[in-house]
Write a protein that binds this ligand. Structure first.
Ligand code: PMP
Length: 420
């Protein structure tokens, strides 16, 4: 293949039944925050593989480590057997990530994807408590398998299950995720209402910033209060940090500023370092109740991902990366506020925090039009929200000033061209 011809992907008549995301080109090469297509056209990547590429494409040091490992015939697939790469990964994750944050967790490999870690977390919470219901939130996104989908608050996605997914309690998002009202007070009363006959839930699952659901960011006080209620009622708190974790919000774990220690933490996407599939379920030691073999699978620990991931933790040995995200997040926020005020046609309002920010456009279809225009101008960006109302800035967290400013300039041009 040597052209940007998409027919082999998109031709439903052909034997190759597939489809591709709505960027009409064929990508070929990538480095850092840049991508190139088959014609050599350059794109700035403000999508980062939906959060799987927090360190950008082909980080040089990770790449070298993986090349060395392959050249030495390092074992690639080893199921859940012990391997040197796995041992080094576990040691680095413990020493660089968990220990300095005083986090004491058992580390489980639930399978290669975000959905797998959520699935494991739900099973475990039910096994530990012997209860069924799980409380989740409208617009929350947790994955596509039946269990993970049952806690996903998106009507369209739920329809894909083909059956009613009714073993959860879904809380309306606005009232509970950071709004200045009595949302949590109501939630607690609901839990204490013995007269309702409703079963006490096993767990609450939430994203601190809803990645797919529209970049709705929970206030830290709200997160603390959810944590307190869970403890008071003996309900497990599962934080799904699949998208918001691994530095995306400015700290390794997105919940760090709230000072909580969730019972179960779900990680995937960028935990694999260079985009390799890897997922972790972090479990408080007292809840480490799966018997050996009770939750298994073939792809639970890809050694190439371990090698890249071990190298990625070097970024966390000092606070340079955290500072980069925190400083540039302020710049992104200021830029977006400027766009909102300079372009009233957006009917825009700001969403998110850290490197998970965007603008909710209260005009049907506008956010999609803007991201289409971005693509024309050489900027890869996605939309989020139940009706794709939010355009979403998701640059790699390693991006430099030049990369960020280039992307912002392309975005401004795209907004201008779309609304005028
Ligand atoms: N949880 C969250 C918060 C996610 O954003 C995603 C993916 N967008 C998932 C779970 C599911 O991950 P995966 O697509 O790797 O199965």
């Amino acid at each position: 293949m040597n052209t940007n011809d998409l027919s082999s992907f998109n031709n439903y008549e052909s034997e190759v039944r597939s489809y591709v995301r709505g960027f009409p080109t064929v990508f070929h090469k990538a480095k850092g925050y840049k991508l190139w297509d088959m014609d050599g056209k350059e794109y700035v990547d403000f999508f980062s593989g939906a959060g799987a590429l927090n360190y950008g494409h082909n980080d040089e040091k990770m790449k070298q480590k993986v090349i060395e490992y392959i050249q030495e015939d390092g074992v690639i697939h080893s199921l859940d057997m012990a391997s040197k790469a796995k041992a080094e990964f576990l040691e680095a994750f413990h020493d660089i990530i968990l220990k300095p944050r005083s986090l004491d967790y058992k580390i489980m490999f639930p399978g290669p994807t975000g959905t797998n870690t959520v699935e494991a977390a739900l099973k475990l919470a039910r096994k530990v408590t012997g209860r069924t219901n799980v409380v989740s939130f409208t617009n929350g996104f947790h994955g596509m398998t039946i269990g993970a989908l049952s806690v996903t608050g998106n009507a369209f996605k739920r329809k894909g299950a083909g059956i009613p997914l009714n073993h959860t309690v879904s809380m309306p998002y606005d009232k509970y995720l950071g709004a200045n009202d009595l949302g949590l007070e109501y939630f607690e009363r609901f839990l204490e209402d013995g007269g309702s006959g409703l079963d006490k839930p096993a767990a609450v699952i939430l994203e601190t910033v809803q990645g797919e659901g529209g970049l709705n960011a929970a206030r830290m006080e709200w997160i603390k209060e959810v944590d307190r209620i869970c403890k008071a009622h003996d309900i497990l708190l599962i934080i799904d940090d699949v998208q918001a974790g691994v530095g995306r919000t400015g700290t390794f774990f997105s919940f760090e500023p709230a000072g909580i220690k969730p019972d179960i933490i779900c990680l995937s996407k960028s935990i694999g370092g260079n985009g390799s599939p890897l997922a972790l379920t972090l479990i408080k030691p007292e809840y480490d109740k799966f018997a050996p073999g009770e939750h298994n699978g073939t792809f639970r620990g890809n050694n190439l991902a371990f090698v890249a991931a071990t190298q990625s933790f070097q970024y966390w040995k000092d606070d340079a990366l955290e500072k980069n995200v925190q400083t540039k997040a302020e710049r992104i926020h200021a830029f977006l506020e400027k766009m909102i005020s300079e372009y009233p046609e957006l009917k825009g309002s700001h969403r998110g925090r850290g490197f998970m920010q965007g603008v909710f456009c209260n005009v049907e279809g506008l956010a999609d039009k803007i991201t289409d225009k971005c693509f024309e101008h050489g900027l890869i960006m996605e939309t989020a929200g139940p009706n794709d109302e939010v355009f979403k800035l998701f640059p790699p967290i390693t991006i430099d000033d030049e990369g960020l400013e280039t992307g912002l300039k392309l975005l401004e041009q795209s907004i201008k061209d779309t609304v005028s």
